[in-house]
Design a protein around this ligand. Structure first.
Ligand code: FEO
Length: 175
């Protein structure tokens, strides 16, 4: 059984993961609007990853005997100035998420809630990857600079990304 405070904090994080999915879906729509379907694909895949993150919190709450409480999801921005601005926003956002996950771990330690701490370690590791892939996107866009056609070559690369559902635990995938 987890504490009420932990239950609230995990429900908030589930909401934050759903917001991430919403933010990346909005970015996918932005990229579609500027004819970069590969970037749009990358964002759509990222959105699916965020949904799996949200569902991990959902399932953990239920498995812990706590209530899932869905809340309103904030409206994400819809416009950005350039692909680089989007990538920088993703990186800043993922850094913020990492901070949130670390705060949850701090709370688990404070409450001597070993089960939740163990559950959260998956997210601690995942955030290292999330920041690395966002940073890679920022670096790639910076590298091509104003090279003619560079963004379209990168777009083709971004179009290769496919969604890999979570390795099966008891609860895999987005459902
Ligand atoms: Fe759910 Fe992008 O971290």
């Amino acid at each position: 059984m987890i504490s009420d405070q932990m239950s609230d904090a995990l429900n908030d994080q589930m909401n934050a993961e759903l917001y991430s999915a919403y933010l990346y879906l909005s970015m996918a729509a932005y990229f579609a609007s500027i004819n970069l379907p590969g970037f749009a694909n990358w964002m759509r895949v990222q959105r699916l990853e965020e949904l799996t993150h949200a569902m991990k919190f959902y399932d953990y709450l239920i498995d812990s005997g706590a209530r899932v409480r869905l809340k309103q999801i904030d409206t994400p921005p819809t416009e950005w100035g350039s692909p680089l601005e989007v990538a920088e926003t993703v990186l800043a956002h993922e850094r913020k998420v990492t901070g949130r996950i670390h705060k949850l771990v701090d709370l688990a330690i404070e409450e001597k809630d070993h089960a939740t701490n163990a559950f959260l370690q998956w997210f601690v590791n995942e955030q290292v990857e999330e920041e690395a892939s966002a940073d890679a996107m920022v670096q790639s866009i910076r590298r091509i600079g104003d090279a003619p056609g560079g963004i379209f070559m990168l777009d083709r690369e971004m179009g290769q990304r496919v969604f890999n559902p979570m390795p099966a635990g008891i609860h895999g995938g987005v459902g």
